[in-house]
Design a protein around this ligand. Structure first.
Ligand code: C2E
Ligand code: MG
Ligand code: MG
Length: 479
């Protein structure tokens, strides 16, 4: 009981002396216990200051110190080393959809897998969020060794993770710099590795890049745009325009395709080719895409029953969990029936079948139609048509463009239409700009067309006033 002061201390006899000795012992013991605890606590604090509490890996501070140390050694021993920055792809959707607990478990597993790949002199750290780094010791050939490690990391992290009953598939984007060739101080090395990492994001993720000089401009450019996209969503700068999809038989409107536009405060109206790619690479497309789905359903719910809406969905959105829930919720809130919604998918070669197929099947099972967009642009995607539950193909403008000059593309379109009909898919031809194109397409039994010949994409109020006019005209007919 080191907390109790010893009794009989003031007694001037043997008991008092004994009490005095016991009291000295008590104080010393208390002091020692205290010192011991202080020591343990300071060790804990030291550990906390230098380690990430979740994964137990060194954190940004301690990694920075290790990097500083290696940089100073390099001035003496001139032995190169590699710095690898690893950013997880698709982490945020896991976190957002399944909650922080799942996200935490995933990060812990990532840390464990990374550690298994390290050499005895390598250091792995978690820099924060879903960003990790490795300081790789080089024994012989820096490039070769970085190559080998990066490949192994990508393989290790793309093996699915399981948490409770869920399976998550993620990947990672890696940027690599080699000291001293691509930087001889800590901050340059970190910035250059970051730029190289962004290059990997740009190249579709799940890959690695070594830093190269030209990366600087590109990176700052897209970083800037990403921030502007975030602000743009908050400031409601995005709007959807709707291009009519026409029934060729009677030239009535079958539906509208929603196409995003950006009303930029200083640059004016910006088209999607400028920013969709960047939003896809940064993952922002998930947020933007959710807005697009909700907004499209809300708009279409105000249209006549027979008119559908087609929404473009990027492959990246299909890979992120939560898409089906967003669609269901958008339908529920807008009260639009699922049969009036169609989604359009481009770049099917980017789809990861193990993830995209069940998602598309679920979407299809809701009664939503699924179109394969831009068929005929480069990639021969015919086998994809049979893998995924497509209900429509959209023939790319580039093919329609050549319709008048070129027998080969006419033949190809005929083949595509026959193929589609054989498998119960409808066909839309895109980018119809002339009456001749329309006539040829009608002759070869293409059901739907879209293009400037019929209409440019319209603002929401223009669509609504077209319907209003229709109602008035119908009213007049009835009279
Ligand atoms: P897309 O889905 O194939 O859309 C058709 C594009 O062709 C639209 O360009 C449309 O304005 C344009 N177009 C339509 N008719 C004609 C024509 O007769 N002649 C010519 N020259 N062009 C025509 P836009 O709106 O610039 O969109 C470009 C692409 O950006 C779209 O191609 C689509 O892949 C993507 N995109 C647009 N909106 C969204 C969106 O909301 N989400 C996603 N993920 N992607 C979108
Ligand atoms: Mg489209
Ligand atoms: Mg298209």
């Amino acid at each position: 009981e080191t907390d109790c002061i010893t009794p009989y201390l003031d007694q001037d006899d043997e008991i008092g002396h004994l009490a005095g000795a016991i009291e000295k012992l008590r104080v010393a013991m208390k002091e020692r216990g205290y010192l011991q605890r202080m020591h343990e606590m300071s060790q804990k604090m030291e550990h906390m200051a230098h380690h990430d509490s979740l994964t137990g890996l060194p954190n940004r501070v301690s990694f920075g110190q290790a990097l500083d140390k290696r940089v100073s050694e390099i001035h003496q021993d001139e032995k190169p080393f590699n710095l690898l920055l690893i950013d997880l792809d698709n982490f945020k959707p896991v976190n957002d959809t399944f909650g922080h607990k799942a996200g935490d478990e995933l990060l812990i597993s990532v840390a464990q897998r990374l550690q298994l790949l390290l050499g005895p002199n390598d250091i792995a750290a978690r820099l924060g969020g879903d960003e990790f780094a490795i300081l790789q010791h080089v024994s012989d050939n820096a490039i070769k060794e970085a190559n080998r490690l990066a490949k192994r990391i990508i393989r290790a992290l793309s093996t699915p993770f399981t948490w409770s009953t869920h399976t998550f598939s993620i990947s990672c984007s890696i940027g690599i710099t080699t000291a001293p060739y691509q930087g001889n101080n800590t901050s340059t090395l970190m910035i250059n590795a970051d730029l190289a990492m962004y290059a990997s994001k740009h190249h579709g993720r799940g890959c690695f890049h070594f830093f190269e000089d030209g990366m600087v401009m590109k990176h700052t450019h897209s970083l800037f745009i990403n921030q502007e996209i975030i602000d743009g969503i908050d400031n409601k700068e995005f709007e959807l325009h709707y291009q009519p999809i026409i029934n060729l038989e009677d030239e009535s409107v079958y539906g509208y395709e929603s196409l995003i536009r950006w009303n930029h405060p200083t640059k004016g109206l910006i088209y999607p080719d400028y920013f969709i790619n960047i939003a896809e690479n940064s993952g922002l497309i998930v947020r933007l895409g959710e807005w697009i789905i909700r907004q499209s359903c809300e708009a279409a719910a105000k249209w006549p029953e027979r008119i559908r809406v087609a929404v473009n969905i990027s492959a990246y959105q299909l890979h992120s969990p939560g898409l089906v829930d967003v669609i269901k919720d958008a339908l529920r809130i807008s009260q639009l029936s699922a049969q009036r919604l169609e989604i359009e998918i481009t770049e099917s070669e980017k789809l990861d079948k193990s993830i995209a197929l069940p998602v598309l099947q679920e979407i299809r099972s809701l009664g939503i139609e699924i179109a394969m967009d831009d068929l005929g642009t480069g990639y021969a995607a015919l086998d994809y048509l049979l893998i995924y539950p497509f209900t429509r193909i959209k023939i790319a403008r580039t093919l329609v463009d050549k319709l008048q000059q070129d027998n080969a593309s006419q033949y190809l379109i005929v083949m595509l239409i026959q193929f589609a009909h054989k498998y119960n898919m409808s066909v839309t031809a895109e980018g119809v700009e002339t009456a001749q194109q329309r006539d040829i397409l009608r002759d070869i039994e293409c059901q739907n067309v879209q293009g400037y010949f019929f209409s440019y994409p319209l603002r929401e109020r223009e669509v609504l006033s077209a319907f209003a006019k229709e109602v008035i005209e119908e009213g007049l007919c009835n009279v």
